[in-house]
Design a protein around this ligand. Structure first.
Ligand code: NAD
Ligand code: DAU
Length: 335
């Protein structure tokens, strides 16, 4: 990683991006970090408290070609987290997903091509579609793309743009596809923080459908150590799947939250299921483990959940301003 000094992080005020910036400032204090973030409803400068003085923050969009070209020209590498990230929102209004996820990625690719800058593309396991509960296979870098939602189809489109820019223009890019993250600074629209803050707020948690859907949970810090490993030592043009063998069904996740928060096991409501709801995601991270030697640190999901609950308990100032609007939008959709 010695040639990287100036790092441009898009979406650094979002959940994973902010955690990435915290980790980067701590582990690589020699880096000059610039964050480019549009501060949409999902972005929050407060998530950068404590590192704000150590970085440069630029308020702007990844779709702004002139701004992006300016920032990329003076960077050694770009890590692209910025996205519209929530499936439920994409079902309600896909338009911003097309703009940010597809046009935004295209805009960055053109800039890194022109200025020959190293690019890492942060993507999702959802590009592979879903698996049956009893399917013995997990997603690998060879699994065909088969996205289900407007969100995941725009992420798939962005991945394919990256692959094309590598092959056609020789752009120095890598891609990572990670499973479901949890940890501090996650927006309260997402499953785990929504249920935790519902309990803290005296509201009943909400489970979509029967709750048999399985997600492959990974702590956000483990995702970000993997991104750093790929940035430093990943092979150009390669895709790395990031996952920590954390498959759990939603009903079990919710039961664990209720138990850890001292609630009765039946203190939740079953609500309208998500349209086109993916059944199961599961990651085979062999390439990442064998080629780059990456290992997760957070291997006890229950412990990680307990720490996450403690974080939301201790940081009500951070999530309180977001809560009512999110719940009003869910209520309007019967969720
Ligand atoms: P998030 O919604 O919490 O944060 C997204 C950030 O991007 C916000 O700060 C927002 O302001 C910013 N942003 C949105 N549009 C922008 C634009 N046009 N220009 C600049 N900034 C913009 O998302 P997240 O959960 O942190 O996800 C980050 C990335 O990781 C996304 O690319 C997502 O697809 C990917 N990913 C997420 C998960 C997960 O479990 N959350 C798992 C795998 C991959
Ligand atoms: O797999 C990676 C993906 O994980 C990322 O690409 C996405 O950006 C991220 O949002 C996440 O997508 P999911 O749709 O899996 O996450 P979400 O937190 O929205 O939902 C997790 C599961 O919980 C899913 O099966 C739907 C269910 N759910 C969600 C909410 C918000 C509920 O049962 N109740 C809820 O209130």
């Amino acid at each position: 990683m010695s040639e990287i000094r100036r790092l441009l992080v898009t979406g650094g005020a979002g959940f994973i991006g902010a955690n990435f910036v915290h980790q980067t400032v701590e582990r690589f204090p020699q880096y000059e970090v610039t964050v480019l973030d549009a501060l949409t409803y999902a972005g929050n400068e407060a998530s950068l408290a404590g590192v704000r003085e150590a970085i440069t923050f630029v308020h702007g969009s990844v779709t702004d070609a002139a701004l992006v070209a300016d920032l990329v020209r003076t960077s050694d590498a770009v890590v692209h987290f910025a996205a519209e990230s929530h499936n439920d929102n994409s079902l309600a209004d896909p338009a911003p997903f097309l703009q940010t996820n597809v046009v935004g990625t295209y805009t960055l690719l053109e800039a890194v091509r022109r200025h020959d800058v190293r690019y890492h593309h942060v993507s999702t396991d959802e590009v592979y579609g879903d698996l049956e509960l009893d399917d013995p296979h997990r997603f690998t870098p060879e699994t065909p793309y088969n996205p289900s939602s407007p969100y995941s189809s725009t992420k798939a489109a962005s991945d394919l743009l990256v692959r094309a820019w590598v092959r056609s223009y020789g752009v120095r890019a890598t891609i990572s596809n990670c499973s479901n993250n949890y940890g501090p600074y996650q927006h309260v629209e997402k499953f785990i923080p929504r249920q935790i803050t519902n309990v803290l707020d005296g509201r009943r948690p909400r489970l979509y459908g029967a709750g048999h859907n399985v997600r492959d949970w990974i702590h956000v810090d483990d995702h970000n150590t993997a991104v750093h490993d790929v940035l430093a030592r990943g092979r150009t043009g390669s895709t790395y799947l990031i996952g920590a063998d954390g498959e759990v069904d939603n009903r079990t996740v919710l039961a664990t939250i209720l138990e850890l928060m001292g609630q009765p096991a039946d203190a939740f409501d079953s609500v309208t299921d998500r349209a086109g709801h993916d059944l199961r995601y599961a990651i085979d991270a062999t390439r990442l483990r064998e080629e780059l030697g990456w290992r997760p640190r957070y291997t006890d999901f229950r412990e990680g959940l307990a720490a996450t609950i403690a974080w939301y308990r201790d940081n009500e100032d951070w999530w309180r301003p977001l809560k009512d609007r999110v719940e009003a939008a869910y209520a309007a959709r019967g969720q």
